[in-house]
Design a binder for this molecule. Structure first.
Ligand code: UDP
Length: 335
C-alpha cells in the first residue's frame, strides 16, 4: 500500500511513518515544516520506501499528483498547540480550514480513502465526561481565541462528513485526546514535554490555573496502533472516532508524578491562566474520552500507563540533551 501523510514530519506523523515503514509499506510525506521538523524523520530518510516533499497542501498540482499515486491519505497537517493558537489565530483557522478543504477536494476527484485528524478540543466546555462521539460540542464565545481551534476543527469534521454523505467520498474522522510521547516538542505549549524538560533541568514546573483541571494522556504508539486498525475497516467510513487513553490525571498531580519519576528537585509554581495565555482565557476542566466505539470497531484500547509514558518521554529528553551536550563538546574541540 502507498500512504500519503500530510504533516508527516510532525510528531504523530513521524511515528506513523516509522511504523508503516517497519511494516514494509510505502510512505509519501507532505509537510511544510511549519510545526513539523526534519529532525523527526532524519532517521527514516535512508529508507527507499519513503518519499518526502517539503511543500504545502496549497500546491494543488503537487497535491493532485500525490493523491493520484496514493492508496490511502492521512491528513494530519494542522496548526496545533493551545499557545500557538492563542498567539496566531489567523494561521490556525486558515491552516485548518483551507488545508482540509483542499485535501478533501483532491481526494474526492479519485475517491481515495481519507482519514482526517480532529481533536478532543471540539468537545469544548462540555462537562459530561466521558465524552462520546455523539456528545454536544460546547464552545465558548468567538471573542476568546482558544475556541477558534475547536471551531476550525469542527468545521473540518462537518465538511468531511458532508463529502461522505453528498459525494460518497470515503472519510474517517478521528479525535485525538492529548497524544504524547517521544519527539513531541514543548514549543507549542503542550504540558507533558514542558513538565518533563523542566523536571530534568530542575527548573520550576509551571502549573496553569489551580491545577485541578484534568486530562488523559495517550501514548503516540497507541494512537498509531488505533489509526492503523481503523484504516482498513469499511465500517469506520463516515464515522467519527475518539482515540485516547482513559487514565485521568489532574495537572497538579501530573506535575508531582513527573517530579517523582524523574527524581527532580523542581519547585511547582502556579501561574494564573491570564499570565500563561491571555486575559480571559478559558480552560476545559476535565477531558476524558469514551473509547467504546474505538474498541467495538477495532478491538483495541490504548494500553500505555501514564507512568510508562512519562518514563518514555524523559528517556527521550535525556538522550536528546545528551546528544546535544556531545555535539557541543565536539564543536568546542574542533574549534
Ligand atoms: N498546562 C500547564 N502548564 C504548562 C502547559 C500546560 O499547566 O506548561 C496546562 C494547560 O493549561 C491545560 C493542560 O495543562 O490545562 C493541558 O495543556 P496542553 O496545552 O498540553 O493541552 P490541552 O489539553 O489544553 O489541549
Amino acid at each position: 500500500m502507498r500512504y500519503l501523510i500530510t504533516g508527516g514530519a510532525g510528531f504523530i506523523g513521524s511515528h506513523l511513518t516509522e511504523r508503516l515503514l517497519e511494516q514494509g509499506e510505502r510512505v509519501v510525506l507532505l509537510d511544510n515544516l511549519s510545526t513539523g521538523s526534519m529532525e523527526n524523520i532524519r532517521h527514516l530518510k535512508g529508507s527507499e520506501h519513503l518519499e518526502y516533499h517539503l511543500d504545502g497542501i496549497e500546491n494543488r498540482q503537487l497535491l493532485a499528483e500525490l493523491v493520484d499515486d496514493a492508496d490511502v491519505i492521512i491528513h494530519l497537517a494542522a496548526a496545533v498547540g493551545v499557545k500557538l493558537i492563542v498567539e496566531s489565530p489567523v494561521r490556525t483557522i486558515e491552516t485548518n480550514v483551507n488545508g482540509t478543504q483542499l485535501i478533501l477536494e483532491a481526494a474526492c476527484k479519485k475517491k481515495k480513502l481519507l482519514l482526517i485528524a480532529s481533536t478532543s478540543e471540539v468537545y469544548g466546555k462540555n462537562t459530561r465526561v466521558p465524552f462520546h462521539e455523539g456528545a454536544d460540542l460546547v464552545l465558548g464565545p468567538t471573542t476568546k481565541g482558544r475556541w477558534s481551534y475547536a471551531a476550525s476543527k469542527a468545521l473540518d469534521e462537518f465538511l468531511a462528513l458532508a463529502y461522505w454523505k453528498e459525494k460518497k467520498q470515503p472519510v474517517i474522522v478521528v479525535r485525538f485526546f492529548n497524544t504524547v510521547g517521544p519527539r513531541q516538542t514543548g514549543r507549542y505549549g503542550m504540558v507533558l514535554p514542558n513538565f518533563v524538560k523542566r523536571a530534568l533541568n530542575n527548573t520550576p514546573i509551571e502549573v496553569y490555573g489551580d491545577g485541578k483541571q484534568s486530562r488523559c494522556f495517550c501514548d503516540v504508539r497507541d494512537t498509531v496502533e488505533a489509526l492503523l486498525r481503523l484504516i482498513p475497516l469499511e465500517r469506520a467510513i463516515g464515522e467519527v472516532v475518539n482515540i485516547g487513553n482513559t487514565e485521568e490525571v489532574s495537572i497538579e498531580n501530573l506535575a508531582k508524578i513527573v517530579k517523582q519519576r524523574t527524581n527532580s528537585s523542581s519547585p511547582i509554581h502556579f501561574v494564573p491562566y491570564d499570565k500563561a495565555y491571555e486575559p480571559g482565557f478559558e480552560d476545559m476542566m476535565r477531558r476524558v474520552p469514551c473509547i467504546d466505539k474505538l474498541h467495538s470497531l477495532t478491538g483495541f484500547r490504548p494500553q500505555t500507563s501514564l507512568a510508562e509514558i512519562i518514563d518514555r518521554v524523559s528517556a527521550y529528553f535525556r538522550q536528546k540533551e545528551g546528544l546535544l551536550a556531545d555535539a557541543a563538546t565536539a564543536t568546542r574541540s574542533v574549534a
